[in-house]
Design a protein around this ligand. Structure first.
Ligand SMILES: Cc1cc2nc3c(=O)[nH]c(=O)nc-3n(C[C@H](O)[C@H](O)[C@H](O)COP(=O)(O)OP(=O)(O)OC[C@H]3O[C@@H](n4cnc5c(N)ncnc54)[C@H](O)[C@@H]3O)c2cc1C
Length: 392
């Protein structure tokens, strides 16, 4: 069976690409349904883009690489598509756009656009191997126990990264890329909770607090959540992408204020009040209880000299710790690293040394922050490759 284009992976990037390719396009996926990560994303409402998306929201070996695709298919283009399909959405916070009803609407929209473009979708299809004879690609697949070899002119790798293997994530794109001589950078889990092997936050699991969290010089002002295993919440997921094993992270429990002046004023007026009682008006009570087991918070306000208060407040504004690790690919929202951008054209996503081989989405060494940026990269890179294919 001969196709103009075969796209491996019916996720966000693969489906978007299929809407643009034109010609005879086939999308293959081993999953039972297309767009499974879209379905579970954003708590079932899919944070499908971010109004403020720009190149500065992405990590990559080459921070300039994502600029071309992001500027040619922007968040506003995707928002227009969502609106044209009558999907209601809202901004939750920080420019993050979510469906009002269900992420399934985004999948249905992409499926409808694929149908309009004449693209075919084969699910529950295993990809056995891929080859190239100098003119065309061959893709051997197996479905319902039947094996066959398909050929195509354009091959698109859109099988994503390694995060959430339970949902069918594999390293297939990396393996095929290597087979054709493309480099793959080191990869690791990103947007992932931190773990502490001593279970130090078990007693305050479930407590959340807004913080400014820093790792490797990059900081994020968002909520933090203590868990049985360690630290989670948006602030922690964001800095996890900048953190490397063995490094410390810093947490500012008072991102918008300095409690020093506040506690000094209260010391004048209410010197006989307990320090912990006063702190519990500024921080969650369970967090203060936890802190009091690890630092000296005994005594009344009147017992605290300026020096003691300063030391305490500095500690609360710069709480340093070294995580044991992260929860890894099991729960990571993304895979950092991937197919080296040096091997790809930023305009078309085509491999520089392997004609008609394209790589899009999370498989590429471009990773977004939390907040709709990863889907925007999937849409933009998928669109760029699809347009390039349709132009040939
Ligand atoms: C829990 C969770 C929530 C998330 N929420 C958001 C969010 O709200 N906003 C946001 O921007 N990003 C979010 N992300 C990240 C986002 O889902 C990904 O960055 C995005 O889906 C990447 O798109 P992709 O098309 O490159 O890969 P995927 O969407 O992962 O698609 C890859 C496809 O390839 C298929 N595949 C893989 N290996 C094989 C193989 N060997 N054979 C055949 N098929 C294969 C898979 O079944 C899958 O359908 C979330 C991720 C997770 C895990």
């Amino acid at each position: 069976m001969t196709w103009d284009t075969i796209i491996l992976g019916a996720g966000a990037a693969g489906m978007m690409c299929a809407t643009q390719c034109g010609g005879r396009t086939l999308v293959l996926d081993h999953a039972k349904a297309a767009g499974e990560k879209i379905r579970i994303s954003g708590g079932g409402r899919c944070n499908f883009t971010n109004m403020y998306a720009g190149p500065e929201n992405f990590l990559s070996g080459n921070p300039h690489f994502c600029k071309s695709a992001l500027s040619r298919y922007t968040q506003w283009d995707f928002i227009e598509l969502v609106a044209a399909h009558g999907i209601a959405y809202h901004e939750k916070t920080l420019g993050q756009l979510f469906c009002d009803t269900s992420a399934k609407e985004i999948i249905a929209m992409l499926r409808a656009e694929m149908t309009k473009a004449g693209a075919e979708l084969w699910l529950e299809t295993s990809i056995i191997n891929v080859g190239h004879d100098g003119t065309a690609y061959s893709v051997t697949v197996e479905a319902s126990g039947k094996r066959q070899t398909l050929t195509c002119t354009n091959l698109v790798l859109a099988t994503g990264g390694k995060s959430i293997p339970k949902m069918g994530a594999t390293g297939l794109a990396y393996d095929i890329a290597r087979q054709f001589g493309l480099r793959v950078t080191d990869i690791r889990a990103g947007l992932v909770p931190f773990t502490f092997s001593d279970g130090r936050f078990k007693d305050i699991s479930g407590v959340a607090h807004p913080v400014c969290a820093t790792a490797n010089g990059t900081e994020f002002d968002e909520a933090m959540l203590f868990t049985h295993r360690g630290l989670s919440g948006p602030a922690m997921l964001q800095i996890s992408s900048y953190w490397h094993e063995g490094q410390s992270i810093s947490i500012n429990l008072f991102p918008d204020s300095d409690p020093f002046e506040e506690l000094r004023t209260r010391r004048q007026d209410y010197g006989r009040r307990n320090l912990t009682t006063e702190l519990a008006t500024l921080l969650p009570t369970r967090l203060v209880d936890h802190l009091s087991q690890h630092m000296d918070l005994s005594g009344n306000l009147a017992d605290q000299s300026d020096t003691l208060l300063r030391t305490l407040c500095d500690g609360l504004k710069s709480w340093e710790m070294i995580p044991s690790g992260t929860e890894g690919y099991r729960t990571a929202e993304v895979t950092l690293g991937g197919i080296d951008t040096d091997c790809l054209s930023s305009k078309t996503m085509e491999a520089k040394t392997q004609s008609r081989l394209f790589v899009i989405g999370e498989a590429v060494d471009v990773t977004g922050w939390l907040g709709g940026f990863n889907f925007q990269w999937a849409w933009s890179s998928g669109w760029a490759a699809g347009q390039a294919i349709s132009a040939t």
